[in-house]
Design a binder for this molecule. Structure first.
Ligand SMILES: C[S@@+](CC[C@H](N)C(=O)[O-])C[C@H]1O[C@@H](n2cnc3c(N)ncnc32)[C@H](O)[C@@H]1O
Length: 286
């Protein structure tokens, strides 16, 4: 029988909260027992685990990495859409790309740092293509590194084929016709020339970013809202060290850089903001 929310003891709940925060940064609020029961019920059944305590014990053993990955995967929220909130992409097209072109920097590395099923990364490439079509002779070349903690969602992202229901979330008909082709199974596939500009990699935001290199633009959207303020600041501090000089940071609509805001200038754009790294961001060196 699957575990019910009412069967989870306070001690089990606390142990699971601690496990999850340590594994991926996500902090479960009070009384989320129902969420655990609904997201992990099937996994517990399959693994013949009769209590949340048993699950916590099991995922903490070094030999159970696969289960650990599945648990984190089940607890993350992969909600995303094309051109989410619109203003980040308009800011890219009208402010950020033109500024790089003016500086003579036309080859741009962009990090989509919690990319989910790929919509954010592909929207960035499509925006660059639209920018280039409007600005012949002043084009940019983008290389997007798209990362996520979830190997399952990354498989979907790499494939770049979406069912109608996902396509409808934020994509205009004009963009659908221009950037996708219809597959025989009824899904819509991102054109290969767009897919080739994105490389997907597994990356836990709590781990070192050393292997990723330096970036001109970082998108870190709608993931750190689930983290503690301590983990959030730690991620910002380490991301700050991943920028090339004069880089840009784009956060989720309800997010801000908190303590690190003095390393960036905040630029208002449409109904949102983006951040420009200051010339001498001492905060990140401390
Ligand atoms: C809500 S989605 C946001 C997707 C996209 N950035 C957007 O704004 O539409 C959050 C993503 O963060 C990923 N995630 C959660 N914890 C993570 C961590 N510690 N490291 C990397 N990715 C993480 C989840 O797997 C999920 O795909």
């Amino acid at each position: 029988m699957a575990v019910g929310a009412g069967q989870i003891t306070d001690a089990e709940y606390e142990a699971f909260r601690q496990f999850l925060a340590k594994a991926c940064g996500i902090v479960l609020g009070e009384n989320k027992q129902y969420l655990i029961a609904s997201r992990l019920g099937r996994l517990m059944l399959e693994n013949k685990l009769s209590s949340l305590g048993d699950l916590v014990n099991k995922v903490q053993q070094r030999t159970n990495i696969a289960l650990r990955v599945q648990v984190v995967d089940a607890m993350t929220t992969n909600e995303t859409q094309w051109f989410r909130d619109q203003y980040p992409y308009e800011a890219l097209r009208n402010e950020i790309f033109p500024e790089f072109v003016k500086r003579g920097e036309r080859r741009l590395r962009v990090w989509s740092s919690a990319c989910s099923s790929g919509q954010e990364a592909y929207s960035i490439v499509m925006t660059a293509m639209e920018f280039n079509a409007l600005n012949p002779g002043k084009t940019v070349e983008v290389e997007v590194v798209a990362t996520d903690i979830s190997p399952v969602i990354l498989t979907q992202a790499r494939r770049g084929a979406y069912p109608e229901v996902a396509i409808k979330r934020g994509l205009s008909d004009a963009r659908l016709q221009k950037f996708f082709r219809r597959c025989t199974d009824g899904t819509w596939e991102v054109l290969p020339e767009i897919r080739n500009m994105v490389s997907f990699r597994e990356q836990n935001l709590l781990d070192s970013y050393g292997a990723l290199g330096k970036f001109d633009i970082i998108f870190c959207r709608n993931v750190l809202i689930y983290f503690s303020s301590e983990s959030r600041e730690n991620v910002f501090m380490r991301m700050g060290r991943c920028f090339k000089p004069g880089g840009f940071m784009v956060l989720g609509a309800s997010e801000s850089l908190s303590r690190f805001s003095n390393a960036f200038d905040m630029v208002r754009y449409g109904n949102g903001v983006f951040y420009r790294l200051r010339a001498n961001p001492m905060t990140f060196i401390l």
